[in-house]
Design a protein around this ligand. Structure first.
Ligand code: ATP
Length: 291
């Protein structure tokens, strides 16, 4: 499995109030976390037991992110270290717990077409490609991987208008949450979302995550719903990334989308009972222990 994705640093500043125009304020607390949907999903895949190669770019000052991924079982041989800033987020958290966030694409936005082709050349028809919408060159990544016969999984997060111009007809597995699905289809009911996407992209299986309601799978051949496990949720950050990693790992292993949906909702339910993103992604062993 090749995951071509973002690697971010999240800088979190706890403040009394969001900084106002012209104002300079101190912060109560500063914390730094690993982030990026790409990094999180690679970690989730590895934690779920898949063999995952991450491709992407990181600034030289943030080599710790590569080490973290390796410690979690991700192969970082295709992660290039560059001079210049990593992708990062500057996150203010105010006394009410609300966020104000600035995203800097940094190294995540510097992927060239030649680099994409060079990396994809090492993979073939038995392999899966996963990509999200936090790196540049998404259309080239999808097209190159398709030309080499890989199975393509795409998570259009964060959603933006450009996604509508991507070669979505080449995607084998489209994984979306309700917001992304609504932006793609204009529909809000799960069945209508599934039917619309299956009609528009008849070769594509659609996985729709539904927050605390669970998840659904739609393909022209089959439709399954999987309710979420009832848990006490304390922090849903990383739930979507955990879901995607465990869904794909199980699908690769069993080729059974219903089993993959069930396994992924169990993993994501455990994730939401813990604080953090990358740190809250469970491992296969932990999940097996709480059968
Ligand atoms: P996030 O951005 O918070 O990571 P997302 O918007 O990408 O998530 P969601 O559909 O909200 O995706 O959640 C992904 C999966 O996580 C759901 O399909 C579900 O299995 C699980 N999940 C999310 N919230 C809960 C919850 N409160 N209780 C149990 N499971 C949950």
């Amino acid at each position: 499995m090749l995951n071509f994705g973002s690697i971010n640093v999240d800088h979190v500043y706890t403040v009394e109030h969001f900084v106002r125009p012209g104002e300079t304020i101190g912060c109560r607390k500063y914390r730094r976390f690993a982030g990026g949907k790409g990094l999180n999903q690679s970690i989730a895949l590895a934690q779920a037991g898949a063999c995952v190669y991450h491709a992407g770019k990181v600034g030289a000052a943030d080599a710790w992110l590569k080490t973290l991924m390796e410690d979690k079982g991700v192969d970082t041989g295709f992660v290039q270290t560059i001079d210049g800033p990593s992708g990062h987020a500057i996150i203010q958290v105010n006394a009410e717990g609300e966020n104000a966030i600035i995203i800097v694409g940094g190294a995540n936005q510097l992927i060239s077409e030649a680099e994409v082709q060079g990396i994809v050349a090492d993979f073939g028809p038995d392999d899966y490609l996963l990509v999200q919408n936090e790196v540049n060159a998404v259309p080239q990544i999808i097209q190159s991987a398709k030309a080499k016969g890989l199975t393509i999984a795409f998570n259009p997060a964060p959603m933006n208008a450009q996604v509508l111009n991507y070669p979505l007809e080449l995607v084998d597995i489209l994984i979306v949450n309700e917001t992304e699905a609504q932006a793609l289809t204009g529909e809000s009911e799960p069945d209508s979302i599934g039917e619309t996407l299956n009609r528009r992209f008849p070769q594509t299986a659609v996985v729709l995550t539904l927050g605390d309601k669970g998840a659904a799978y739609f393909s022209p051949q089959a439709r399954f719903y999987q309710p979420a496990k009832k848990v006490h949720a304390v922090d849903t950050t990383g739930a979507g990334d955990t879901f995607i990693g465990f869904f794909l790992a199980e699908l690769i292993e069993t080729n059974n989308p219903a089993a993959a949906l069930q396994w992924a909702t169990r993993a994501a339910a455990l994730c939401v009972t813990r604080h953090g993103a990358a740190d809250s992604i469970p491992s296969r062993r932990e999940l097996e222990a709480i059968q």
